[in-house]
Design a protein. Sequence first.
Lengths: 241, 253
Amino acid sequence: MTDINLTIEDKKFPHSDRIIAHLELHIPSGEFVCLIGPSGCGKSTLLNLIAGLDKNYQGSITFGTPQQDCRIGYVFQNPRLLPWRTVRENIELVLPLHTPAHTVDELLASMKLTAVQETYPQRLSLGMSRRVALVRAFAINPDILLMDEPFVSLDAPTARKIRKQLITLWDQQQHTVLFVTHDLREAITLADRLIFLSNSPMTIVRDIKITIPRTQRFDDSQIETFRQQLLSEYPDLGPLL
Amino acid sequence: MTSTVNPQRTRYLAGLSLFVFILLWHGIASWLATPVLPEPIKVAEVLWSEIYHGDLLHHLGMTLFRLTTSFIIAMILGSALGILLGRTPTIDHFFDNWLIIFLNIPALVTIILCYVWFGLSEVAAILAVVVNKLPNVIVTLREGAKSLDKDLLEMAQSYRLTRKKILTQVIWPQLHPYFMAAARSGIALTWKIVLVVELLGRSDGMGFQLHLFFQLFDVASILAYTIAFITVIQIIEISLLKPLDRYGRRWQR
């Protein structure tokens, strides 16, 4: 667990316009934050900057714990499993040496993956692969969990099931989570706080706390009411969705 | 068009085609009745007596020794250099011309130069084979290293995998098909070059023997040696390279 402080003055790719401009964000330790914005606005780029995959920007990103000790779990938009390793090997790959086997066993069981643990990823459905990617991120017990539209292109019941499993796991470990989505209902269901982002150059438009108690998050009418209220209160959010 | 191939049928067909080939050979040889095309049975007799009373095994052994040594050196060195070039564009641009030069030097020229510069020694012989094979391996592995999956590399980086893990579990499995392609085409190329190397500057091995038989116009022995060698290479292919290839692809659907 750790908090995140980020200030990004400027981020550009070669041969393109500014992607991110004047973005300042503080995320307290253990908070679940959803980033919402139009597709292509630079949300994935932001996650890559936080993960340290891209160091080419102006600004600073600091964590509460020293950078090198900070464990980051990253669930990408596509599962990014090694096709030549079994499900279990894919998870064990990212673990530190001498991690007890039951850690993996329990996570696999909680995502209902025990039966396929010796299977190669190409033989799994997309939904299963996404769950494996989730287990992989949780297995390292991350301080920060980055998730980039992890449930996109899943059918609604599956996505709903995995969302519940995600919240159950997060309840146990309380990582700091940054979750990118453009599904407002999903965001309201999961997050403590919503950050609305503008089209590129990306910057923060609104920062909204979600007041629905955690116990009522899977009640669709509550989510819908909150969504309607939000959209009528801030009509400028409509075009960002 | 092609329906599912029955493996038993394929085996039967392969056997039949080999039989037809030998029958044809026998027919032509007995019709021509000339010492420069001996009948298959004559060649088989020579092969038998060369194995049990002659030096065939010694010469075959020497050739195989040179083949494996130069093959292993070329594969290891070529893979390392290929990966290096594939991953670092600056070095790649610098050495690209060198590679093209080395790819186009005729095998005979490198062999002669190696013997002239380093003497008629075992080291010069193996070096000549390595120099011939190396550019080929480098180019193949370089293509592999250039087409590595960036998504998986990013995954490895964000999860802070050690360099060793990245190399053995993320990069190497992607290069395996390229490595196998280089190995299989390599073994065919290498043994042909080894024979020329032996012919020009060694006093044992297949190439040396073939040269000797050529001077004696002993076609039966030439064919006997050829058959022995093809058999050995086929055994290497079936018992080593094919299983390795299958193992590397076990995860594929």
